[in-house]
Every structure is written in C-alpha cells, then in structure tokens.
Design a protein. Structure first.
Length: 191
C-alpha cells in the first residue's frame, strides 16, 4: 500500500543526449504493517480488551452521534447483580469468563437492534435504535434479563448472576447526553 510521496524527489528533469525527458523519482515503502498496527491501536482505544465490546469512549461517541440524528432511541443502563461474590469466591479468571459470557448474551439479546458497550467493571449500556415505547423496552429488557440470568458454567464452576436495568427514552426523558444518561441512571437506582 503506497501512502507517502516525497515531494523532494519528484519531479526532476532527466537529461538524455539529444534532448530531455520528464521523469519522476520517488521512494516506495510497504507500510502495510504500520497500517495494521495503527488499526489495532485504534481498535484498542475504542474497545474493551476483555469482552471485545465498545468501551466508554466509543459509547460516548456513538451516543453523541445518535442524539445528533434526532431520532427516538432507548438507553439502557445494565448493572450485573451478584458479580462480586463470583469474583471473590472463584477468582478473577472466572469473573472474567462471566463478563465475557454476559457480553455474548447481550449481543444475542440485542442482535442488530442496537449498540452495546461495556462501561467498566460489571456495568454495560445498550442504545436501542428506533425504540420509542415502554413496551419495546420491556420486550428487549426482558430478553436481556432472561439471557443474563441463565446459569453458566465457567471452568467447572456454576455461576448465576442477575441484572438491574434502568431505561430512558430520547427525547422524552432527556434531550442531550447528560439528560438521557441521568434519566437512565435514576431509573436504575430510584426506579
């Protein structure tokens, strides 16, 4: 892949006997590895290393973009219940397996209807595109609760967690990032 042209080396006039010919000189260097490294760094900057889900920075960018579109959407805050005892009892490796499983279960529940991110720890967020009613939220939320609440086996350890979900609808419950985030947060903790 050629991405760099050194203007100092081209164009120059090349002289031949009996006349001249215009010619360009340049340096060509394969930067495929540098490009792959740049893409990997960019991916790591916007994705959670453990689950592969978008991270907080990516979520913030996506939320800003969907607010800019001015179309209705639902924001779901998801806090995993019962995760700390799994980490404390079975260790962080099993806790990591649980988080990876939860990420996959969220993908299964949401599918192509939205954007999922891990904010950190045992906190996840979902943006459901085109959702504007409580019934729509309850359907997807019920599916999320069912999938997350199903028992899982991690390294021979039976693990069971639950989830608390706070939901808010844009623009009904908030018309900017702060408003919609506060509404979903309040719905989770003060329901």
């Amino acid at each position: 892949m050629l991405r760099h042209f050194n203007r100092r080396t081209a164009p120059h006039r090349v002289m031949f006997l009996g006349g001249s010919v215009d010619a360009a000189f340049g340096l060509v260097r394969d930067i495929s590895q540098e490009e792959a490294d740049r893409e990997r760094i960019e991916h790591l900057a916007l994705h959670d290393v453990l689950t592969g889900l978008p991270n907080r920075a990516s979520f913030t960018q996506h939320l800003s973009a969907v607010i800019g579109e001015r179309n209705p959407f639902a924001l779901l805050f998801i806090d995993i219940d019962g995760f700390k005892p799994i980490n404390d009892t079975f260790g962080h490796d099993v806790g990591d397996m649980v988080l990876i499983s939860i990420a996959q279960r969220l993908k299964d529940a949401v599918q192509t209807r939205g954007f999922i991110a891990r904010l950190g720890g045992d906190e996840f967020v979902v943006i459901l595109h085109g959702v504007s009613t409580q019934d729509d939220i309850e359907k997807v939320g019920g599916c999320i609760l069912q999938k997350i609440g199903s028992p899982m086996n991690c390294s021979g350890n039976d693990c069971k967690v639950g989830a608390s979900i706070g939901a808010a609808i844009y623009p009904v419950h908030g018309q900017d990032q702060e408003g919609i985030l506060n509404a979903a947060d309040n719905a989770m903790y003060h329901g």
